[in-house]
Design a protein around this ligand. Structure first.
Ligand code: NA7
Length: 531
């Protein structure tokens, strides 16, 4: 018989959300454990070890703010930290705050059932069964990989890799013919690095992406010290930003559609040369006004044309869709990589991949031979990991049933019919449209305060009301509908997964969201049923 462990709170996941949950709940006196399917901490940064993997939020911001000694002691080495450094940071946090012993590694949740009579969850895993009053799903937004069902996939005789499940050992592509499918953020980062090693690299592109130079560089110690000396002020200024991210370019109210050619060019050039997402803060109407959006898109297409020698390749790499309505990419020499003779671009926009064969890929009757295939095909974002846990709430309602029409949460934190279950950066919260670590801190602190209040008031259960969730989903989509975000087939909308219901999942605007969460708590958790 499987052993049963009892906890006040079970946390699922030991990425940044899980680690911080463990920390605050233990400090608040709860008996808490995390289960983690990996053999170490880090979540996204544990799995995404592909060549070139790097965060697109600057390292001095993509870090915890809850402990000043931590943020003062930790030294980042680059403007944008690479995966190995972020993983080391996560490991350091786990060790520094004695969290590692609170984590059961190599533990995969197989199902989760709520017992309304006992008012507790039973969480079955591949090893132990846990009973817990509360469950916190800190399962990440981009953690359930999407591997399309390519016919013949299992026949391929070479090595296959998914960027989101990269092996821990170094993969050596030297001398190999490598094929990569996908041109999203992961591919845009991986392609230049794989190209530097492989004998031949063939990129299969279904939709081109806009990418802005990262201009990554070693961090200047004086810049780092300057930020550290003002960390509190800068962190709170970041929380007041719509994206929770500060840029050296202050926000402005200017409209791209009104700028003269000279003004527009000068401003865009300045942002392009600096690199990073500050580019998109050049004008406030980029994601709301199609004409302004097209002006910025055309500016980027101009850069692609000037970077790529072959005009036909440049044209193929140039997107025509709305800029920034898919997650924008940051790159290091992405477009330039296609100037190398051993790098080939195959357009599959009209003729999808027909089959994976024992020796390679077949497209439109043409065979491409490879020693290795890389799937940079993304994730079942925001809902995949939650749905993968086979969760059943009250009245036998499964999460899959509850979300048949798309994810339905209140505040991105809670789902009707699933009492005492919290989601960290769940669908309906700002999550992926912000600095994730900042969003995680806000969510986890809200959950901690809620659990402490429940303990103090002797409240056993909390459950989002159906009406509150309906209005919340409407609110999230109404805000998105004021923008151009819903106009692309993005993973924000679930449009990258065949059959997935299209609902805009992240909420635009961190500060108003955080304020709303505070109001809800102050108004005795309005929108929730407490029992
Ligand atoms: P993305 O951004 O979802 O990119 C996945 C890529 O894979 C994208 O180019 C897709 O083309 C392509 N794709 C997906 N399915 C197929 C099939 N069936 N055939 C051909 N091509 C396909 O995932 P990433 O991992 O790059 O990035 C995820 C996030 O991680 C990123 O936004 C950052 O926040 C970090 P499509 O565009 O759908 O035509």
């Amino acid at each position: 018989m499987t052993a049963v462990e009892t906890r006040d709170v079970l946390v699922v996941g030991a990425g940044f959300g899980g680690l911080y949950s463990l920390y605050v709940l233990r400090e608040a006196g709860f008996h808490v454990t995390a289960v983690e399917r990996g053999s170490g901490v880090g979540g996204t940064w544990y799995w995404n070890r592909y060549p070139g993997a790097r965060c697109d939020v600057e390292s001095l911001q993509y870090s915890y703010s809850f402990d000043d000694d931590l943020q003062q002691d930790w030294e980042w080495t680059e403007r944008y930290a690479g995966q190995p450094e972020i993983l080391k940071y996560a490991q350091h946090v786990s060790t520094r705050f004695d969290l590692t012993d609170l984590i059961d590694f190599n533990t995969n949740v197989e199902s989760m059932n709520y017992d309304a009579e006992q008012q507790q969850w039973t969480v079955s895993t591949n090893s132990l069964t846990y009973k817990a009053k509360f469950v916190i799903a800190a399962t990440g937004c981009l953690s359930s990989t999407n591997l399309p069902d390519f016919p013949g996939l299992e026949q391929f005789e070479g090595d296959t890799y998914h960027t989101g499940r990269w092996p821990h050992e170094k993969v050596d592509f030297a001398g190999q013919r490598v094929g990569i499918i996908g041109t999203g953020s992961s591919a845009v980062q991986a392609i230049p690095v794989i190209a530097a090693e492989a004998a031949e690299l063939t990129v299969f592109q279904r939709t081109p992406n806009y990418s802005i130079p990262a201009h990554n560089k070693p961090l200047d110690p004086s810049e780092q010290n300057e930020v550290k000396s003002r960390y509190e002020e800068l962190r709170s200024a970041a929380r007041a930003e719509r994206s929770g991210i500060l840029s050296i370019f202050p926000p402005n109210e200017d409209l791209a559609r009104e700028a003269s050619d000279a003004e527009f060019e000068a401003r865009m050039n300045e942002r392009w040369d600096y690199g990073g997402f500050g580019f998109y803060r050049s004008y406030i109407d980029i994601v709301v006004d199609p004409q302004s959006n097209e002006r910025v898109a055309e500016y980027v297409r101009g850069h692609i044309a000037s970077k790529v020698d072959d005009p036909a390749t440049a044209a193929l790499l140039s997107p025509s869709n709305t800029i920034a309505c898919k997650r924008p990419c940051l790159d290091t020499e992405y477009y330039e990589t296609f100037n190398s003779e051993h790098v080939h671009l195959v357009d599959i926009s009209e003729t999808e991949i027909q089959a994976i064969t024992p020796t390679g890929v077949s497209v439109n009757g043409q065979e491409f031979e490879f020693d290795a295939l890389v799937f940079a095909t993304g994730f079942d974002a925001m809902t995949g990991a939650l749905l993968g846990m086979n969760i059943t709430g009250v009245d036998g309602c499964t999460l899959a049933e509850a979300w048949a029409e798309g994810p339905r949460t209140y505040l991105g934190l809670s789902v009707p019919k699933f009492p005492n279950l919290f989601t960290v950066t769940g669908p309906g919260s700002p999550s992926v449209l912000t600095n994730m670590i900042m969003a995680i801190e806000q969510h986890v602190e809200w959950i901690r305060d809620c659990l402490v209040a429940m303990r103090d008031e002797q409240i056993a259960t909390i459950e989002a009301s159906s009406d509150a969730a309906d209005s919340w989903v409407e609110h999230v989509n109404a805000i998105a509908d004021q923008t151009l975000y819903p106009s692309c087939n993005s993973w924000y909308l679930g449009a990258n997964i065949p059959g997935k219901t299209r609902v805009f999942m992240p909420l635009i605007g961190f500060p108003a969201y955080a304020e709303r969460c505070e109001q809800v708590a102050a108004n005795n958790y309005e929108g929730f049923a407490l029992a």
